[in-house]
Design a protein around this ligand. Sequence first.
Ligand code: NAP
Ligand code: ZN
Length: 425
Amino acid sequence: MSHHFQLRSSVLSLRFFPGGLGAGFSRTEPRYPGSSGSSGAFAVASPARTLQLHRAKATAKEVGMQAETAQGSAALGWAARDASGVLSPFDFSRRAQKDDDVTIKVLYCGICHTDLYTIKNEWGTAMYPVVPGHEILGVVTSVGSGVTKFKAGETVGVGYFLGSCRSCECCGNGYENYCSGMVLTSNGIDREHGGAVTQGGFSDAIVVNQDYVVRVPDGLPLDGAAPLLCAGVTVYSPMMRFGLNAPGKHLGVVGLGGLGHVAVKFGKAFGMKVTVISTSPGKREEALERLGADEFLVSRDPEQMQKAVGTMDGILDTVSAWHPISPLFALMKPMGQMVFLGGPTKPLELPAYAIVPGGKGIAGNCVGGIRDCQAMLDFAGKHGITAEVEVIKMDYVNTALERLEKNDVRYRFVIDVAGSLGSTA
Ligand code: NAP
Ligand code: ZN
């Protein structure tokens, strides 16, 4: 996520650029990476031998499916047509499966707060019609002849992006999520495929290059695993990056929503002390008893906040709306690390005194790379971490979006896509 600082009298104002939460694209001026390194960089060599072996293993059914998808295939999704954000059925076409592609039947898809901003064009990036959804969990129905990583029948996931330039420093280091050519899974511009606007997981099937697909470990409930594809990696990745994964350290989690509640679970699995900082006193009992948090602070209660001053090693701020942040910095020990994950449209305000005297760190984080996403899923599989979900059918999606906007979900809506739409994939 990109941000910049604006000096306004003595207050530093921290402004998020929501377009940057994606790849820096805007509707009118798509920002493409420099001509070098983006176009034509997608050719992934598939050794002929691997290819032949793979062909030999493909079942007749898989081959049949490949033939079916060679010309692209009809897909059914639910799309927003304008800034009302109301979703309704939408017939469209998925691109033809290429040699390196995997075709996935979508089983479940989580509803992330980012979907809400996107369909309502709150970030000014919407390219209607928009089929949202980037917490995609599905089953592989067909693979291209060059696919080596997956086979039909495997349970897989696709997250916030499904492409990147593959040649920049970020891509080379496993941070495809910071590649300026990252292709968003929904409402993105797919340069590799004629600049088509990508349509997300609120749809029956999706075609994705194998390098942007992750494997879902056996044993995790599929509905609860779906939100890991965005919410999970978004909290796991900065925990790894900033050492907020060490037993005995004290982690603060601000906002107990989709991201926040999985942050609590990962923090506990890492052996940390975890304190939730929330505006919703009604979430206290669940936070402590069901999610395993150690402490729960109501952020609007100065007394509770005062007691925790100077105790935390780091904080993940997952709040979706404007909120005061100085009191949060006060909760951290000297040199504590704040990581902003939320994308409120109104700039947050950061007085320099909140970070200067204690030498505190401040960072942003946008989802995580493919390697981190796979590591997160493997860790979740080992520790039995999934989201707490309310599973819905597609025809409830508009009500679910309204409820999400009102902070009325414990803690993630997940659409039973296959159970609502069926699939021809
Ligand atoms: P969510 O489920 O709606 O959770 C957001 C939480 O923020 C709420 O549960 C609530 O927690 C708190 N909150 C809401 N309004 C607030 C207010 N006015 N003041 C203080 N706290 C408030 O959303 P989510 O899906 O977890 O996403 C959270 C944010 O992260 C969104 O901005 C989303 O776009 C962004 N996001 C970023 C990334 C990334 O890569 N950086 C990835 C996914 C999502 P309490 O009730 O506990 O206060
Ligand atoms: Zn998301």
